[in-house]
Design a protein around this ligand. Sequence first.
Ligand code: SAH
Ligand code: SF4
Ligand code: F3S
Length: 441
Amino acid sequence: MQNIKQKFVSFLTYGCQMNENDSERLAGQLKNIGYEKQDDLSLADLIIVNTCCVRESAENKIYGKIGNLKRLKTANPNLIIGITGCMAQKDGDAILKKASHVDFVMGTNKIHEISNIIAEVEQSHGRVVNVIQGDQEMPGDLPTIRNGSISTWIPIMYGCNNFCTYCIVPYVRGRERSRDLEDILKEVRDVASQGFKEITLLGQNVNSYGKDSASADFADLLTAVDKIEGIERIRYMTSHPRDLNDKVIDAIKNSRHICEQFHLPVQYGNDTILKSMNRGYTTDDYRNLVRKIRAAVPHASITTDLIVGFPGETEETFQDTLNFLKEIRYDAAYTFLYSKRSGTPAAEMQNQVSTELKKKRLQQLMDVQNQISLEINQQLEGRVLEVMVEGSSKTDENVLSGRTRTNKIVLWDKVGHEAVGQLVQIKITHPQTWVLKGELI
Ligand code: SAH
Ligand code: SF4
Ligand code: F3S
């Protein structure tokens, strides 16, 4: 029998859940060629930096990190350093030119070819670039080494066709491709049999699922996943407000396990800007959607993403957005400073907003939202909520942390018999803006 030397791979993963899942699938394939996962970078034989380029700030941080890896390469010339993910897809061999210690660059459509790429680097000691333009079929099932043991990701589609004018994702992830329904269901059954209790179905626009293959749509998929025994909670992200239809709302309403949580990025609260963003809905369309959701699924939490400082923003359009927040009353909002991405239409638009103004408005937006989040959470005081135990809190071993079905973080003093993955009842005693503190009953 061939004796394979034990080797180690470390991952630095940035960006969204799709990247997290890509890293897990890279780890699964690398294990088959002898690489064990290892968090300590100084012990690694292979370091993979899985990158994001959605905003310039993310990119700068990652380039800084890549620069820092040079000293590890100097200490261990046999170390292989590879850059994968969205920045790799976008910048290609420019990364090799910038960073002489990087051995390979691999695009987002090449996840399933990692073993070949590593073999090529190991044999030739040369530098490899493997970025393709255009899309590619993703193989149905790739070996996966999952982080965690309770909650996990299941990709259902790759790419995005929406071309929001600010966004780089469609350029680096390619066109929408849905995974085969049976492949997805098999993966969910597999993780259920491994003991996972919660899954998040992943896609840039999950409501487009099946539009390219026609065997099932997103509502059908949700209904099928809901029947799989062992999975207690089903989440999904991200839904595009334009495409979330009545059939999906019905499927959620009639399900047992799909959580009452709607992440519905609105991006902005003014129709002129929404049009210029190419989002495909008006504020009124969005209002109607929220009304329907709240009628069908009472107590649902609704969260959003917002961009401040999109080109053409004025004090008036910004005030519209603040008013929209106050009207909808989101449970939480993820807020971003508009970042110019070259190659996107918005980067060429007139009336770019100054950084100073963007920052000032972002702060105003967060102040308004934080107050709303706090008020909504305060209404939960005294209520008893179902919480899935996730583990100890980051700062105190005697405090446990978990989530409600609506995806709110709950902290409580450990009683002793709580097991990770178990559903417990927690009475909320001290609600705050970001967490709910309570006690086990
Ligand atoms: N597909 C998902 C989100 C992908 S990116 C969706 O459509 O909802 C996550 C968030 O990053 C977006 O919702 C948007 O708010 C933000 N974002 C994307 N491009 C950006 C840019 N150029 N500048 C600032 N924020 C951006
Ligand atoms: Fe980007 Fe829009 Fe696609 Fe989301 S839907 S990934 S924001 S282009
Ligand atoms: Fe970033 Fe790529 Fe995700 S750009 S947000 S890692 S799809």
